[in-house]
Design a protein around this ligand. Structure first.
Ligand code: HEC
Ligand code: HEC
Length: 169
């Protein structure tokens, strides 16, 4: 944990390229086995950044996200701390990434990163599937059938399109 915090500090200081160690090595041998060590690294980095933001909004955790943060367009109405939890325990693990995949740390409100904009459109698509399409299908067994980021992404940036083990892409 100490090493990770030190590395994050280096990243923040600009000494190390963003996401350098957080990116799993390119899978040239296409091993489908999850890289547990690096998954733990990524989770620790997410926790580090989430804690930073939480410190910055101390006292306002329960206020609506759009009043606490600067550029909330979709996740309006939820407490600020819930938006943060969705980032750390929803988006991050669902795609297997750290915050830096969609954000420049410290410039959380910026829409500069195209990935962040894609994530907003993904939220809209996800909602449309749940509210419009799934609701129309009769005879489903679940009381409230729904898909989430995890349903498709399963811890990967690029969802699988076949049952074969993940190939180097
Ligand atoms: C898959 C992309 C993605 C990941 C990963 C991600 N975020 Fe976000 N984040 C977003 C999107 C999209 C929004 C805007 C939501 C909206 O408009 O309702 C956002 C908004 C935010 C905001 C509000 C900023 C503002 O002022 O408007 C904060 C703070 C934030 N994220 C922090 C984090 C932290 C901390 C992590 C890691 C633990 C993280 N995010 C991981 C996509 C991501
Ligand atoms: C119905 C399936 C599905 C759901 C649900 C879904 N996604 Fe995706 N997502 C995809 C597909 C397909 C791609 C395109 C992958 C590619 O590049 O071929 C994608 C791509 C993305 C990308 C761009 C990947 C990159 O290059 O970094 C982001 C970010 C993303 N999704 C975030 C989300 C988030 C956040 C959610 C939940 C709100 C979500 N997705 C829900 C199927 C889905």
């Amino acid at each position: 944990m100490k090493a990770i915090v030190a590395r994050v500090a280096l990243v923040l200081a600009g000494a190390v390229p963003l996401g350098a160690a957080a990116q799993p090595a390119a899978p040239s041998t296409a091993s489908p086995a999850p890289q547990t060590a690096s998954a733990a690294d990524i989770a620790a980095e997410r926790a580090f950044f989430a804690a930073e933001v939480k410190k910055a909004i101390a006292g306002k955790e329960k206020e609506p996200a759009e009043t606490v943060f600067k550029n909330v367009q979709v996740m309006k109405g939820m407490p600020a701390e819930r938006l943060l939890r969705a980032m750390e325990f929803g988006f991050g693990p669902a795609l297997g990434v750290s915050c830096t995949h969609c954000h420049m740390p410290g410039k959380w409100e910026s829409d500069e990163d195209p990935t962040k904009k894609i994530a907003r459109e993904m939220m809209a698509m996800n909602r449309a599937i749940n509210d419009q399409h799934l609701k129309k299908i009769e005879g489903l067994k679940g009381p409230n059938p729904a898909v989430s980021c995890t349903t498709c992404h399963r811890g990967q940036v690029k969802p699988a399109t076949s049952m074969s083990p993940p190939q180097a892409r």
